[in-house]
Design a protein around this ligand. Sequence first.
Ligand code: AHG
Ligand code: MN
Ligand code: MN
Length: 359
Amino acid sequence: MHLGRTTLSKFLIQQLKGIEGASDLAALLIDVAAATKTISSMTAKGALGGYLGEVGNTNVQGESQKKLDVLADDAMIRSCEWGGLVAGMASEELDEPYAIPDEFQRGNYLLVFDPLDGSSNTDVNVSVGTIFSVLRHDKAEAPVTADYLQTGRKQVAAGYAIYGPATMLVLTVGKGTHGFTLDREIGNYILTHPNLAIPEDTNEFAINTSNARFWESPVHRYVTECQAGRAGERGRDFNMRWIASMVAEVHRILMRGGVFMYPKDTKDSAKPGRLRLMYEANPISFLIEQAGGLSTTGRKYLLDVVPEGLHQRIPVILGSRNEVARIERYHLEHDAGTDRPFESPLFNERSLFRPEARV
Ligand code: AHG
Ligand code: MN
Ligand code: MN
């Protein structure tokens, strides 16, 4: 009954046919997939594996590391360092890029990853994931940090694994976005969701509304209009979701549409957003665009942002294209001063409560 199914390796051989460096890229993605199977097994064991809880130190982001953050990081590094495929790796959990040990050969790819996204959810048994981005490195020398700082458009592959009720791998090599489901019995990822297409319209948005007082007014405008539902500007009711696991939100959007926002806010002036450009926003934006969606900072396509640092944070607004285009328009109108004051007396353009009026 399993005969004829498309495994990840078969899919990659078919998709990458004729592309320069194809076999190395396929081999690297197979190594990445192998790491995600290990991480999937650890997250699935949960408390029985002794994997829950904190390590007791903080990473470069100033966030306390979970045991699973560190174990997932090790799993990716061990799975991908030995094969002569990567020139170097960079991770959310490492201050500096990981240098390939001298005993191994270096290849032509850079692997950048978030080993465990949404890790605040591990102890409460909610879906988490691994996000990865593959860039080229066509130099003989070992990469330095500057070599990693390429725009998202230069990615040759990107994807995530989601550890939910089922473990799935969602991948793009620039020819559409495709979903695979892990068949645990045989240990293979099987193509189950080819050519994902995000609906252009949606009635669902995702944002952490506890940050509302720190938002810019275009985001207030959009969310206020959604909340007004049928009686308001939009003339229809909206639904809201917030899982606090970007991979889980993005997966829902790839399956049935929606908008996800972690916008610019004034919560901490040192952080122009919550999510990290290189290993969260860029790979996810590549997947979203390849599935027909849009991904923007509100003012610029995310994939066009020129990175300034490995751990740089960035505002993220992505999903169903008509809604994202609308939110982008609200930003443009705001910046041009042409947006009309909207209904809420708390947040209209003259209000002292307007976030920008208070910084
Ligand atoms: P990470 O666990 O890798 O640090 O990333 C968590 C991110 C992302 O997954 C999620 O969308 C967001 O942080 C949640 O933020 P809040 O806790 O502010 O809701
Ligand atoms: Mn993350
Ligand atoms: Mn993480």
